[in-house]
Ligand binder design. Structure first.
Ligand SMILES: Cc1cc2nc3c(=O)[nH]c(=O)nc-3n(C[C@H](O)[C@H](O)[C@H](O)COP(=O)(O)OP(=O)(O)OC[C@H]3O[C@@H](n4cnc5c(N)ncnc54)[C@H](O)[C@@H]3O)c2cc1C
Length: 447
């Protein structure tokens, strides 16, 4: 199959010129080798160099910096972690649901602060987040979730009534009020990744693009990473390959890749903007299990994603396009905003997220004290990966900090079963979410 140029992997990846750097040619020694140059790899490299400028850090990227999920996402920097507070509370207990929320809030604040401090030109705005219901059943569930969050003592989230919601964003499909959370940013994700690339390069991180790591082995002299045209000997290894993590033996049973899709319109005209209101430019999601997420770009295009996900039956990574989901997304957008009937769609793309079986992130040691991994952020990794970068720093430097003591560091995970069972289990999970959405939502099934 012919390789897709990175500029075609998402709209965002075409919004700024980018010249990929060289591939590794020859052998290299490093204190830390990082596999994958999305936000996790980039921020890990940054915070490591910030903590210990003398460290030799090599960042090895199979394709192009930011060409994975980091350059293709919806660009919400949000406090979501795992699925929702009630599910986290059920799985890990109420105290940990609060701890997880605090971690996620800290992550959003970190992105906001770093963008300002480092002067990143990534169209960052901080408009807040709305979680809306599009059916009465969803509304009841959403209100319960808000009640729970308040009972847990979590601040910064309120219920706004239906009048206020419609003043903010005007859809005939909205039922009741909404979850309103001012602490959410929206940004251009590829620009953010490439700003990080420049920041780490300036601090002396060695970046190799077009350099897939094929094997990682422990030897008497440290870890040895093999790439097509060179080997790296490293003291520590960071696995930051996200949805590709299952391709490394120690991580095979920890996650599966799942694809989410986005369609995007031409810039809205004044009439269309007026019909939708949306003066606050909030990021919006609905309360489906397989959510819709939507927002405006800097030039007022509507980015519209979600509705369904695709799994990979064999672990292969070639599922970036899904015409059935693209068509369904376009229909959903017209249903939600009839005032946009006839608007042109200019782009459609997809990308893989990393999903653990309990849909909660995981950080830890990959069966070896010198190998650190991060995975499982599902569709909520823009902010989380940035704080994970600091957690990785502390794990690599063997520091005992509040970050390394987070309950999801080195947590026990439900293993993804091998072979046909893997297909059965993951298929059943997605099947359940689709079934719930058919029961709870008004959008017609496209399958
Ligand atoms: C369509 C879409 C919409 C999303 N929307 C949002 C959103 O609005 N908000 C939000 O918070 N999150 C969202 N996410 C999730 C978010 O993008 C991810 O959680 C986050 O970008 C993960 O960053 P990462 O660095 O861990 O992984 P990635 O950005 O995926 O980076 C992993 C990198 O590893 C490289 N790699 C893989 N294998 C190897 C190898 N063998 N050797 C070397 N390199 C390798 C890949 O090429 C890739 O560049 C979305 C994701 C997608 C796909």
């Amino acid at each position: 199959m012919e390789a897709v140029p990175f500029t075609e992997k998402s709209y965002w990846l075409s919004t700024r010129p980018y010249q990929p750097g060289p591939a590794l040619a020859g052998d290299l020694e490093a204190d830390v080798a990082i596999i994958g140059a999305g936000y996790t790899g980039l921020t890990s490299a940054y915070f490591l160099k910030e903590a210990e400028p003398g460290l030799r850090v090599a960042l090895l990227e199979a394709d192009v910096v930011g060409s994975g999920a980091s350059g293709r996402n919806g660009g919400f920097s949000m406090t979501k972690i795992g699925m929702m507070h009630s599910i986290t509370a059920l799985r890990f207990g109420k105290a940990r649901a609060v701890e997880a929320h605090e971690y996620a809030e800290r992550a959003v604040d970190l992105v906001h602060r770093m963008v300002q401090e480092l002067g990143f030109d990534c169209d960052y705005e901080h408009p807040g987040y709305l979680w809306v219901a599009t059916s009465e059943k969803q509304r009841r569930r959403l209100y319960k979730e808000i009640e729970l969050v308040h009972r847990l003592g979590i601040k910064g989230i309120s219920l706004i009534d239906s009048h206020e919601l419609r003043q903010r964003v005007n859809s005939p499909l909205y039922v009741g009020g909404a979850w309103w959370e001012p602490n959410c940013g929206i940004l251009n994700p590829a620009k953010l990744a490439w700003c990080w690339r420049d920041a780490v390069a300036q601090r002396g991180v060695e970046i190799y693009e077009g350099t897939p790591v094929q094997t990682v082995e422990q030897t008497a002299e440290g870890s040895r990473l093999t790439t097509p045209n060179g080997r790296v000997r490293a003291g520590k290894v960071v696995f930051a390959a996200n949805a590709w993590s299952h391709q490394f033996a120690p991580l095979k049973a920890k996650q599966v890749p799942a694809w989410t899709y986005i369609v995007m319109t031409e810039p809205l005209n004044d009439q269309q903007r007026a019909a939708l209101r949306w003066r606050g430019r909030e990021g919006v999601e609905d309360f489906r299990d397989l959510v819709h997420y939507y927002r405006l770009t800097a030039d007022d295009r509507l980015v519209w994603g979600g509705r369904d996900v695709a799994l990979s039956p064999d672990g292969g990574m070639d599922h970036d396009r899904n015409e059935a989901v693209f068509a369904a997304l376009r229909g959903d957008l017209y249903r939600t905003f009839p005032a946009l009937e006839g608007i042109h769609f200019t782009h459609a793309w997809g990308g893989p997220v990393s999903a653990a079986l309990d849909l909660f992130p995981a950080i830890g040691h990959a069966g070896n004290p010198d190998w650190v991994y991060v995975l499982g952020c599902v569709g909520h990794g823009v902010s989380l990966t940035h704080l994970h970068g600091q957690t990785v720093r502390d794990l690599v430097l063997e520091r005992d900090t509040d970050l390394t003591r987070s309950f999801f560091v080195d947590r026990r995970m439900v293993p993804v079963p091998p072979g046909p069972l893997r297909r059965l289990v993951t298929g059943a999970m997605v099947g359940f979410m689709r079934w719930e959405d058919r029961r709870y939502d008004v959008m017609p099934d496209h399958r």
